[in-house]
Design a protein around this ligand. Structure first.
Ligand code: ZN
Length: 237
Protein backbone atom coordinates (compact mmCIF):
# COMPACT_ATOMS: atom_id res chain seq x y z
CA UNK A 1 0.00 0.00 0.00
CA UNK A 2 1.35 3.37 -0.93
CA UNK A 3 2.25 5.74 1.89
CA UNK A 4 -0.32 8.43 1.03
CA UNK A 5 -3.06 5.80 0.85
CA UNK A 6 -2.11 4.46 4.27
CA UNK A 7 -2.40 7.98 5.67
CA UNK A 8 -5.75 8.60 4.00
CA UNK A 9 -6.94 5.28 5.34
CA UNK A 10 -5.88 6.30 8.86
CA UNK A 11 -7.74 9.55 8.43
CA UNK A 12 -10.79 7.76 7.12
CA UNK A 13 -10.79 5.30 10.05
CA UNK A 14 -10.55 8.22 12.44
CA UNK A 15 -13.39 10.05 10.68
CA UNK A 16 -15.49 6.92 10.83
CA UNK A 17 -14.96 6.82 14.61
CA UNK A 18 -15.91 10.49 14.84
CA UNK A 19 -19.06 9.93 12.76
CA UNK A 20 -20.08 7.04 14.97
CA UNK A 21 -19.45 9.03 18.15
CA UNK A 22 -21.45 11.98 16.80
CA UNK A 23 -24.34 9.70 15.89
CA UNK A 24 -24.26 8.18 19.39
CA UNK A 25 -24.17 11.65 20.87
CA UNK A 26 -27.21 12.71 18.87
CA UNK A 27 -29.16 9.62 19.81
CA UNK A 28 -28.93 10.27 23.56
CA UNK A 29 -31.29 13.25 23.92
CA UNK A 30 -33.78 11.30 21.82
CA UNK A 31 -33.49 8.31 24.14
CA UNK A 32 -33.94 10.51 27.20
CA UNK A 33 -37.05 11.96 25.57
CA UNK A 34 -38.48 8.47 25.04
CA UNK A 35 -37.98 7.61 28.72
CA UNK A 36 -39.60 10.84 29.81
CA UNK A 37 -42.55 10.22 27.54
CA UNK A 38 -42.98 6.77 29.05
CA UNK A 39 -43.00 8.26 32.55
CA UNK A 40 -45.50 10.92 31.48
CA UNK A 41 -47.74 8.19 30.09
CA UNK A 42 -47.75 6.42 33.47
CA UNK A 43 -48.36 9.73 35.21
CA UNK A 44 -51.36 10.45 32.98
CA UNK A 45 -52.80 6.98 33.59
CA UNK A 46 -52.39 7.41 37.33
CA UNK A 47 -54.12 10.81 37.23
CA UNK A 48 -56.97 9.38 35.22
CA UNK A 49 -57.58 6.58 37.75
CA UNK A 50 -57.25 9.00 40.65
CA UNK A 51 -59.86 11.29 39.10
CA UNK A 52 -62.12 8.29 38.61
CA UNK A 53 -61.79 7.30 42.27
CA UNK A 54 -62.43 10.90 43.34
CA UNK A 55 -65.60 11.03 41.29
CA UNK A 56 -66.83 7.72 42.80
CA UNK A 57 -66.20 9.11 46.28
CA UNK A 58 -68.03 12.29 45.33
CA UNK A 59 -70.96 10.19 44.21
CA UNK A 60 -70.91 8.26 47.51
CA UNK A 61 -70.97 11.47 49.48
CA UNK A 62 -73.92 12.72 47.47
CA UNK A 63 -75.83 9.45 47.99
CA UNK A 64 -75.19 9.51 51.73
CA UNK A 65 -76.41 13.11 51.87
CA UNK A 66 -79.57 12.28 49.91
CA UNK A 67 -80.21 9.31 52.15
CA UNK A 68 -79.84 11.40 55.34
CA UNK A 69 -82.15 14.05 53.90
CA UNK A 70 -84.77 11.41 53.20
CA UNK A 71 -84.48 9.98 56.72
CA UNK A 72 -85.01 13.48 58.13
CA UNK A 73 -87.94 13.93 55.79
CA UNK A 74 -89.59 10.67 56.87
CA UNK A 75 -89.15 11.57 60.55
CA UNK A 76 -90.75 14.93 59.84
CA UNK A 77 -93.66 13.37 57.92
CA UNK A 78 -94.31 10.89 60.70
CA UNK A 79 -94.36 13.62 63.34
CA UNK A 80 -96.94 15.51 61.31
CA UNK A 81 -99.25 12.50 60.93
CA UNK A 82 -100.98 12.96 64.31
CA UNK A 83 -101.87 16.56 63.62
CA UNK A 84 -103.60 15.76 60.32
CA UNK A 85 -107.37 16.23 60.40
CA UNK A 86 -108.78 14.48 57.36
CA UNK A 87 -108.53 10.94 56.17
CA UNK A 88 -107.37 12.02 52.71
CA UNK A 89 -104.56 14.13 54.15
CA UNK A 90 -103.51 11.19 56.30
CA UNK A 91 -103.51 8.77 53.37
CA UNK A 92 -101.56 11.24 51.23
CA UNK A 93 -98.95 11.59 53.95
CA UNK A 94 -98.62 7.82 54.33
CA UNK A 95 -98.07 7.61 50.58
CA UNK A 96 -95.42 10.29 50.80
CA UNK A 97 -93.66 8.38 53.59
CA UNK A 98 -93.77 5.12 51.66
CA UNK A 99 -92.47 6.83 48.54
CA UNK A 100 -89.55 8.42 50.39
CA UNK A 101 -88.68 5.12 52.06
CA UNK A 102 -88.70 3.39 48.69
CA UNK A 103 -86.37 6.06 47.37
CA UNK A 104 -84.00 5.30 50.19
CA UNK A 105 -84.11 1.58 49.38
CA UNK A 106 -82.94 2.50 45.89
CA UNK A 107 -80.26 4.76 47.32
CA UNK A 108 -79.09 1.90 49.57
CA UNK A 109 -78.62 -0.29 46.51
CA UNK A 110 -76.71 2.49 44.79
CA UNK A 111 -74.52 2.93 47.88
CA UNK A 112 -73.63 -0.78 47.84
CA UNK A 113 -72.86 -0.60 44.13
CA UNK A 114 -70.67 2.47 44.65
CA UNK A 115 -68.79 0.61 47.39
CA UNK A 116 -67.86 -2.13 44.94
CA UNK A 117 -66.89 0.49 42.38
CA UNK A 118 -64.73 2.26 44.94
CA UNK A 119 -63.02 -1.00 45.88
CA UNK A 120 -62.20 -1.79 42.29
CA UNK A 121 -61.09 1.75 41.46
CA UNK A 122 -58.82 1.76 44.54
CA UNK A 123 -57.12 -1.42 43.42
CA UNK A 124 -56.67 -0.10 39.89
CA UNK A 125 -55.23 3.13 41.26
CA UNK A 126 -52.84 1.29 43.54
CA UNK A 127 -51.54 -0.75 40.61
CA UNK A 128 -51.14 2.38 38.50
CA UNK A 129 -49.28 4.06 41.35
CA UNK A 130 -46.84 1.14 41.61
CA UNK A 131 -46.34 1.10 37.85
CA UNK A 132 -45.80 4.82 37.78
CA UNK A 133 -43.27 4.73 40.60
CA UNK A 134 -41.43 1.88 38.91
CA UNK A 135 -41.35 3.80 35.62
CA UNK A 136 -40.10 6.96 37.32
CA UNK A 137 -37.34 5.02 39.08
CA UNK A 138 -36.38 3.10 35.96
CA UNK A 139 -36.33 6.27 33.91
CA UNK A 140 -34.20 8.13 36.45
CA UNK A 141 -31.62 5.34 36.52
CA UNK A 142 -31.58 5.12 32.75
CA UNK A 143 -31.30 8.87 32.34
CA UNK A 144 -28.42 8.98 34.80
CA UNK A 145 -26.54 6.32 32.85
CA UNK A 146 -27.29 8.08 29.57
CA UNK A 147 -25.82 11.28 30.99
CA UNK A 148 -22.72 9.34 32.02
CA UNK A 149 -22.52 7.90 28.53
CA UNK A 150 -22.91 11.38 27.07
CA UNK A 151 -19.88 12.58 29.04
CA UNK A 152 -17.84 9.55 27.96
CA UNK A 153 -18.73 10.08 24.31
CA UNK A 154 -17.90 13.77 24.54
CA UNK A 155 -14.46 13.04 25.93
CA UNK A 156 -13.85 10.27 23.35
CA UNK A 157 -14.89 12.70 20.66
CA UNK A 158 -12.45 15.32 21.92
CA UNK A 159 -9.64 12.73 21.88
CA UNK A 160 -10.58 11.59 18.37
CA UNK A 161 -10.68 15.15 17.11
CA UNK A 162 -7.17 15.80 18.40
CA UNK A 163 -6.02 12.57 16.81
CA UNK A 164 -7.69 13.51 13.56
CA UNK A 165 -5.87 16.84 13.44
CA UNK A 166 -2.56 14.99 13.96
CA UNK A 167 -3.29 12.54 11.17
CA UNK A 168 -4.59 15.24 8.83
CA UNK A 169 -1.39 17.23 9.33
CA UNK A 170 0.54 14.31 7.84
CA UNK A 171 -1.65 14.04 4.74
CA UNK A 172 -0.62 15.90 1.63
CA UNK A 173 -2.67 19.10 1.36
CA UNK A 174 -3.96 18.34 -2.12
CA UNK A 175 -4.97 14.83 -1.11
CA UNK A 176 -6.61 16.15 2.03
CA UNK A 177 -8.69 18.66 0.08
CA UNK A 178 -9.78 15.99 -2.38
CA UNK A 179 -10.63 13.62 0.47
CA UNK A 180 -12.64 16.20 2.39
CA UNK A 181 -14.50 17.37 -0.69
CA UNK A 182 -15.39 13.80 -1.48
CA UNK A 183 -16.57 13.13 2.07
CA UNK A 184 -18.65 16.27 2.29
CA UNK A 185 -20.33 15.16 -0.93
CA UNK A 186 -21.48 12.08 0.98
CA UNK A 187 -18.77 9.72 -0.17
CA UNK A 188 -17.88 7.82 2.97
CA UNK A 189 -15.23 5.49 1.54
CA UNK A 190 -12.63 7.49 -0.29
CA UNK A 191 -10.28 4.57 0.31
CA UNK A 192 -12.00 1.25 -0.04
CA UNK A 193 -11.07 -2.41 -0.17
CA UNK A 194 -11.56 -4.68 -3.15
CA UNK A 195 -14.37 -7.07 -2.29
CA UNK A 196 -15.22 -10.13 -4.38
CA UNK A 197 -13.28 -8.54 -7.21
CA UNK A 198 -15.36 -5.36 -7.06
CA UNK A 199 -14.87 -1.82 -5.81
CA UNK A 200 -15.96 -1.78 -2.14
CA UNK A 201 -17.45 1.68 -2.66
CA UNK A 202 -19.77 1.20 -5.62
CA UNK A 203 -19.51 -2.57 -6.32
CA UNK A 204 -18.27 -2.08 -9.87
CA UNK A 205 -16.41 -5.12 -11.12
CA UNK A 206 -12.67 -4.55 -11.42
CA UNK A 207 -10.78 -6.21 -14.31
CA UNK A 208 -8.83 -9.28 -13.06
CA UNK A 209 -5.49 -7.84 -14.12
CA UNK A 210 -6.10 -4.65 -12.11
CA UNK A 211 -7.32 -6.74 -9.19
CA UNK A 212 -4.06 -8.64 -9.26
CA UNK A 213 -2.12 -5.40 -9.26
CA UNK A 214 -4.18 -4.11 -6.33
CA UNK A 215 -3.24 -7.26 -4.43
CA UNK A 216 0.37 -6.53 -5.28
CA UNK A 217 0.10 -3.17 -3.55
CA UNK A 218 -0.71 -0.91 -6.45
CA UNK A 219 -3.26 1.85 -6.02
CA UNK A 220 -6.26 1.71 -8.32
CA UNK A 221 -8.77 4.49 -8.84
CA UNK A 222 -12.31 3.27 -9.48
CA UNK A 223 -13.43 4.81 -12.77
CA UNK A 224 -17.02 4.99 -11.57
CA UNK A 225 -16.95 6.36 -8.02
CA UNK A 226 -13.39 7.68 -7.86
CA UNK A 227 -12.48 5.68 -4.73
CA UNK A 228 -8.95 4.50 -4.15
CA UNK A 229 -9.32 0.74 -4.21
CA UNK A 230 -6.72 -1.12 -2.15
CA UNK A 231 -6.10 -4.59 -0.78
CA UNK A 232 -7.37 -4.90 2.79
CA UNK A 233 -7.49 -7.78 5.27
CA UNK A 234 -11.01 -8.74 4.14
CA UNK A 235 -10.30 -8.34 0.42
CA UNK A 236 -10.90 -11.09 -2.11
CA UNK A 237 -11.35 -11.55 -5.84
ZN1 ZN B 1 -16.20 2.44 -7.22
Amino acid sequence: MEEFIARLLDLQDCDRDIDRLKADLESIPQEIKIHRKDTEGHEARFNLFRDNLDSIRGKQKKLAGDRADNVTRVTDYKSRLISLKSNSEYTAMLKQISHTEKMNDQIDNMIIEAMYEEDEASQVLERALKERDRAVKRSAIREESLREKLKEIESSLAVSQVRRAEIAAKVDQKQLKMYEKSRSAGHREVVTGIKNGSCGGCLTKIPPQSAGEIKGGKTYICPLCGSYVVWTTDSSF
